[in-house]
Design a protein around this ligand. Structure first.
Ligand SMILES: C[S@@+](CC[C@H](N)C(=O)[O-])C[C@H]1O[C@@H](n2cnc3c(N)ncnc32)[C@H](O)[C@@H]1O
Ligand SMILES: Nc1nc2[nH]cc(C(=O)O)c2c(=O)[nH]1
Ligand code: SF4
Ligand SMILES: [Mg+2]
Length: 211
């Protein structure tokens, strides 16, 4: 199978439990909850997306004909010294529209740990080392277990209480970015203070000014 990739870049994971860790980000093109076109945003299932995932025209992006070619491009982007600690974050768009066991094997063959950022609407293939699920109100949630559950807050119809019975190691609230970011951040802080099972995560790359 071939893979449509928007961009590949090396940076620090900005969000979640692994914030601060160096990683290659591989951003797949396309999503099942929004076309990515501004004209469609108001009628999309997911309306608050902060990401351009349309096309294959970003840095390091393109159409990759095979899992080995894509894994090799990820390896080319790695800038860390030595052989250890290699981490790739597969994101998008919705990566699980494209990620398959062949790609996972090809990345493992190059000694990468694999993290995935997904909206939880697609069953993940086996072999993912760190699964981050970020549910979207109004979309079916089929990935009900994983490493971190990163709920963008607030979302009407996706209140944190609804998810407390799921099998995730970590429950995180991420303030929704956009015009209400400050109010959303204050509300997320208040929620975590009142409900200590939930921890706050911030999009640190945005205030660091890194990708
Ligand atoms: C762009 S998405 C790509 C991965 C996948 N489609 C998903 O939604 O999880 C990456 C992460 O950014 C989060 N995100 C998107 N827009 C956001 C916003 N406006 N504020 C805060 N987090 C946002 C998503 O919930 C997800 O955790
Ligand atoms: N630095 C950095 N960390 C991130 N964590 C999740 C991201 C994403 O867009 O999936 C992201 C991103 O775009 N940049
Ligand atoms: S599901 Fe993820 S990539 Fe798709 S529109 Fe929502 S935040 Fe963006
Ligand atoms: Mg992002």
């Amino acid at each position: 199978m071939s893979y449509a990739v928007k961009e590949i870049f090396y940076t620090l994971q900005g969000e979640g439990c692994n914030a601060g860790r160096a990683a290659v980000f591989c951003r797949f093109a396309g999503c099942n909850l929004w076309s990515g076109r501004e004209a469609d945003r108001a009628k999309a299932i997911c309306r608050f997306c902060d990401t351009d995932f349309v096309g294959m025209d970003g840095a390091g992006g393109g159409r990759f004909a095979s899992a080995r070619e894509l894994a090799s491009a990820v390896e080319q982007a790695w800038r860390g010294a030595g052989a250890g600690e290699r981490l790739v974050v597969l994101t998008g768009g919705e990566p699980l529209l494209q990620v398959d066991e062949e790609l996972i094997k090809a990345l493992h063959d190059l000694a990468f740990e694999i993290a995935v950022e997904t909206n939880g609407t697609i069953h993940p293939p086996t072999g993912i080392g760190w699964l981050c699920v970020s549910p979207k109100a109004g979309a079916p949630l089929v990935a009900t277990a994983g490493d971190e559950f990163k709920l963008v807050y607030p979302q009407l119809g996706a209140e944190p209480e609804l998810f407390e019975g799921l099998a995730f190691k970590h429950l995180l609230l991420q303030p929704m970015d956009g015009p209400e970011r400050e109010a959303n951040t204050a509300a997320a802080v208040a929620y975590c203070l009142a409900n200590p099972r939930w921890r706050l995560t911030l999009q640190t790359h945005k205030f660091l000014g890194i990708p």
